[in-house]
Write a protein that binds this ligand. Structure first.
Ligand SMILES: Cc1cc2nc3c(=O)[nH]c(=O)nc-3n(C[C@H](O)[C@H](O)[C@H](O)COP(=O)(O)O)c2cc1C
Length: 186
């Protein structure tokens, strides 16, 4: 087995069974903008929602469809203390920068106090067509919304973030592009 990067955190195994009925969860999905300060999201919930957005399911494929199976999505997690990149194959988060970068992940105050902001980016070298990138990001976002609805967490997807400074805070490679940021909290 390949060794993990030194700054990789192994997440709890995602819980891929059970939960509330899907029809009920779809009915409960909504955007929330009233987050309380100093709340946390458990590592189990984080693992589950990242898997819902971009986990591996069948034959190395994903929880969401991607055009021509290009699998172009890249997810980063912005917390009060660091930014990490999600690696679905190893179920790990690799720290790419330390510090509180939530202010750069939003143009709205509520997201700067929320415990989790998931940056939804795409690898443009895998998929160059904007409409396909948008589909992929949107499908992942919806799965985060649905997971949050079933887990009793609040969420909102946002197109508003600091387009100049957030890429640098994430140390974003030149082939990756941020499409949305999704806030999660209580
Ligand atoms: C592409 C997209 C971008 C959005 N950007 C923002 C945003 O920057 N800030 C925000 O507060 N909400 C944002 N939203 C959330 C919408 O305002 C919200 O989905 C809409 O008001 C409908 O409410 P609902 O999600 O509760 O059904 C965005 C939604 C989408 C789909």
């Amino acid at each position: 087995m390949a060794s993990l990067p030194i700054n990789a955190e192994v997440l709890p195994e995602p819980q891929t069974a059970g939960g509330k009925p899907l029809m009920q969860v779809m009915n409960e999905r909504k955007s929330s903008r009233d987050y309380q300060e100093n709340q946390t999201v458990t590592k189990q919930d984080l693992s589950n929602m990242l898997w819902a957005a971009w986990g591996i399911t069948h034959d190395g494929k994903r929880t969401i469809a991607t055009a021509m199976n290009r699998q172009e999505l890249v997810l980063y997690v912005v917390t009060p203390t660091e930014v990490s990149r999600y690696n679905p194959e190893a179920n790990t988060l690799t720290v790419v920068n330390t510090g509180d970068f939530r202010r750069l992940a939003t143009l709205q105050d509520f997201a700067a106090i929320a415990p989790i902001n998931i940056v939804i980016a795409v690898d443009t070298s895998k998929q160059e067509r904007a409409e396909f990138q948008g589909y992929t990001a949107g499908a992942a976002s919806q799965n985060i919304y649905l997971y949050c609805a079933q887990a009793g967490l609040k969420s909102v997807v946002r197109a508003g973030f600091d387009r100049e400074k957030l890429p640098a805070a994430l140390k974003l490679p030149s082939n990756e592009r941020i499409l949305f940021v999704q806030t999660v909290g209580k």
